[in-house]
Design a binder for this molecule. Structure first.
Ligand code: F6R
Length: 612
């Protein structure tokens, strides 16, 4: 989605803005722009369609002068990608950038046109700049003009703006779209996402919905939009390092992030495993022993890859905590008046913590009295802020649009939650719990072995099968969501049509697809579903499908059936998904790399989906 950066301080603003925008490139965009104001108030505006290097080239040829500015990467919603639709937008002295969607833009546009506004673009954003400008003309001071204008907006927004008449302050505002203030030494920053600000400061303040703030070089103030009342928000220290958000010698962020999984899992487990007791330490889950016993149902709500983690989490919770659990797509859960209430635990799973459907679904569940637990990777993001408690994954910043390390970190978080609930509810045998905890502790090394040990084979298989038009992924039990995830990874970055199916469903339809041109990737580690999955593998073979099997180490039976076997270490069955998914991530990566697609920013996709 769109990205925002802003800076006011003692340094030249343009290079800082450009650097911040580069760090937001991963969010996906189609045009970009910066506005810098010189001390005497001269506005310098540069906007370009396409990739950031076009903007960079222009700024190289014509450097901008000034110590205050705002920048934006746009992902078109209203109006096609073009220079005139790119942000920042200008109306009189107001220069403004915006993420999100203003829902009442049609009414606003008519009202502004009736008042004589000269609107240059097709965007909803420019309207906000005109609205503020009109209020300035009515005699309001900047802050009041902004506040009053914001009261007239409906929809989701994060906004940063400045006035050429007051070139010492940036005003920012937020409603359902992320915005963070970075507090530097003699400098203030704002951004739609943490990585944009990491090289400059790790001290961050997260605005709440309905907040606006005024940033000056040495100070910031936060107010409520509805009342104007001043409020305080906690200053948080973000321990992600800027290096974590760089490629570190890898060709793509996605490949780097696949390799970072052992560390992401180690960090997510750190301090939470009680190995002697076979238990999980976690104050963060935010439930008492009695609460855990009183829960009657668990809903896991999420989108995309996080939904696939939730599908596995659902099995974990049912099997280990003996609680009825469902994993629901947040976009389907919200708005249908779901039956959910005070005896239910709703686990909202989201890497970014900002996905609009998950946020709205969690809010609806909370309004009905359910207890909401966030499983998120971005500290202080919207879903954890709304939730009653947050059990964070510690995967570090994920830059590649296709989620990899956050997926496996979510799986371990959900497994820990299931063990914790199982122990509190006295339904999980302590010996089994110890076995699981020990298994989790060994996992990072095993993941490392899988990455190192399988990548050459997977890359060769990708070369052989990469041109297939359709690919089928099959699995049962824990491996069914992994089949869905394998298919999603492949389609989103390589644009190859892929379907994930529960292997048991194959006979009910998809078997018709199989012929000599269709690779069928069967996830068949040793687990309680193994024998039946093997029967499905044989059925696919009988239709001449090209079988690639993901199997447990030393599985002779699978080797006898197909020559293309990717082996993963044999582990306690609950941990299989954490290993079997790795070759599938690598497969998608190598197929896409061979096709030369834009792996880290696949077409039409954005990292954080903050619009509906
Ligand atoms: C796919 C992918 C998306 C996200 C989805 C939810 O690789 O990354 O499907 O999983 O958009 O995002 P979060 O987890 O941020 O809520």
């Amino acid at each position: 989605m769109c990205g925002i950066v802003g800076y006011v301080g003692n340094e030249e603003a343009a290079p800082i803005l450009l650097d911040g925008l580069k760090r937001l490139e991963y969010r996906g965009y189609d045009s970009a722009g910066v506005a810098v104001v010189a001390p005497e108030g001269e506005l310098q505006l540069v906007r370009r369609v396409g990739k950031l290097f076009r903007l960079e080239q222009e700024l190289g040829a014509r450097p901008l002068r000034g110590r205050i500015g705002i920048g934006h990467t746009r992902w078109a919603t209203h109006g096609r990608p073009s220079e005139v639709n790119a942000h920042p937008h200008v109306a009189g002295p107001i220069v403004l950038v915006h993420n999100g969607i203003i829902e009442n833009h049609m009414a606003l546009r008519s009202a502004l046109l009736a008042r004589g506004a000269r609107i240059a673009s097709d965007t909803d954003t420019e309207l906000v700049a005109h609205l503020i400008h009109f209020k300035l003309r009515e005699g309001m001071v900047l802050e009041e003009a902004v506040r009053r204008s914001l009261l007239e907006l409906r929809g989701a927004y994060a906004i940063a703006l400045l006035s050429t008449e007051e070139p010492n302050r940036i005003v920012v505002a937020k409603s359902s779209s992320p915005l963070v203030i970075g507090v530097g030494e003699g400098a203030m920053f704002c951004g739609s996402d943490i990585p944009a600000l990491l090289p400059y400061t790790r001290r961050m303040v997260f605005l709440e919905d309905g907040d606006f703030a005024v940033l000056e070089r040495d100070a910031y103030r936060i107010h409520r939009i509805d009342t104007g009342e001043r409020v305080e928000r906690p200053l948080r220290y973000i321990d992600w390092s800027p290096v974590m958000a760089e490629k570190g010698g890898f060709k793509h962020f996605m490949l780097k992030e696949i390799h970072e999984q052992p560390r992401a899992i180690e960090d997510t487990l750190r301090g939470r495993l009680h190995r002697e007791e076979g238990d999980i330490y976690s104050e963060e889950i935010g439930l008492s022993e009695r609460d855990a016993q009183a829960i009657e149902r668990v809903f896991l709500i999420a989108c995309g890859t996080s939904h696939h983690a939730s599908l596995v989490g659902r099995y974990y919770i049912e099997m280990l905590a003996r609680l009825p659990a469902v994993a629901e797509l947040a976009s389907e859960f919200r708005g249908r008046d779901p039956i959910v209430g005070p005896r239910d635990l709703v686990v909202a799973v989201s890497q970014s913590g900002e996905t609009i459907d998950t946020l709205v679904a969690a809010r609806e569940a909370k309004e009905r009295g359910a207890r909401v637990l966030a499983v998120a990777n971005v500290i202080g993001s919207a879903i954890p802020r709304l939730a009653d408690a947050s059990f964070y994954t510690h995967a570090g910043p994920e830059i590649g649009v296709a989620s990899t390390k956050c997926f496996t970190a979510q799986l371990v978080a959900l497994l820990m939650l299931a063990i914790w609930l199982g122990r509190r509810r006295n339904v999980l045998d302590p010996i089994k719990a110890r076995e699981l905890v020990e298994g989790l502790a060994r996992l990072p090394l095993q993941m490392r072995d899988v990455i190192i040990g399988t990548k050459q084979l997977v890359s060769n298989l990708a070369k052989r099968h990469g041109n297939a038009r359709d690919v089928l992924f099959l699995g049962r039990g824990f491996s069914y969501p992994i089949a869905l995830e394998g298919a999603l990874k492949l389609k989103e970055i390589s644009y190859v049509h892929a379907e994930g199916y529960p292997a048991g469903e194959m006979k009910h339809g998809p078997i018709a697809l199989i012929d000599v041109n269709v690779p069928v990737i069967v996830i068949a580690p040793r687990d309680r579903w193994y024998e039946r999955t093997l029967s499905n593998l044989q059925e696919a073979m009988a239709r001449e499908g090209k079988i690639i099997a993901i199997a447990s180490e030393g599985d002779e039976a699978v080797h006898r059936l197909t020559q293309d076997v990717i082996e993963v270490p044999e582990v306690i069955e609950f941990l299989n998904p954490l290993l079997t998914v790795i070759p599938l991530q690598l497969y998608a990566y190598y197929v896409a790399d061979q096709k030369g697609t834009d792996i880290d920013q696949p077409r039409n996709l954005a990292k954080t989906v903050t619009v509906e």
